[in-house]
Design a protein around this ligand. Sequence first.
Ligand code: SAM
Length: 273
Amino acid sequence: MRIDVVTIFPEYLNPLDVSLVGKARARGQLGVHVHDLRNWTHDRHHTVDDTPYGGGPGMVMKTEPWGEALDEVVADGFESGAHGPVLVVPTPSGRPFTQELAVELSARPWLIFAPARYEGIDRRVTDEYATRTPVYEVSIGDYVLAGGEAAVLVITEAVARLLPGVLGNAESHRDDSFAPGAMADLLEGPVYTKPPEWRGRGIPEVLLSGHHGKIARWRRDEALHRTSLHRPDLIERADPAAFDKKDRETLSILGWAPGADGRFGRTAYTVEQ
Ligand code: SAM
């Protein structure tokens, strides 16, 4: 996969040199190219922003540097053999970034990120590129950051760990929270490692039993418990077919019952820890 990032703070992307993403780059599984937007300005002050039409506070990023930058980044990428570019624009008004979207983006060969500052980029830039490439406007959460670079780091890490061969153990992301499959749309429960006792705290005995069936059941119950506590919306939205008989027993203990349409809802307000 090839990744290009156009930003006014190239150094903000330095973390892409380390850890999982850094290793994937070193192994040639991922090519990352960071570009300074100000290289495509032509005035003495390297201006990238201007006042908003219609008035109001804040500044808006200008069309010209973004247009020139993206044109050149796309042309250079094609020249080096890249294909299938997709423009990713981080914005709090975008579609929520989810594991499902990470999987979708990980199947693309080339992501070009356009993280903004100030009040965002003049809308015409996104509209213009949408006529040439798929554009994903993506929000990493219901809060407002000062700029999109942190969102680029988040999205890149979530996508990179899904690329073939990037994780040491290919099964590591199979049981992740939100992973499609065994734990479909449930949060992952707690995890433990050695020593078996720490500051008087042991670990659940079942994990030492060596009994794979019981361990899997315990993990599933913990996942149901945690999801019920932190993300009840995931249980409400879940396809009832995702829950087996044992799941249903656990959900009942946690205060859930199937409604007329089979989907689970709270039976009563339940205090959980
Ligand atoms: N006025 C804009 C709004 O309310 O939509 C917020 C602009 S914010 C100060 C500047 C930039 O930070 C955004 O254009 C975007 O690139 C990035 N940003 C801020 N919050 C974000 C979020 N939750 N997800 C993704 N990008 C975000």
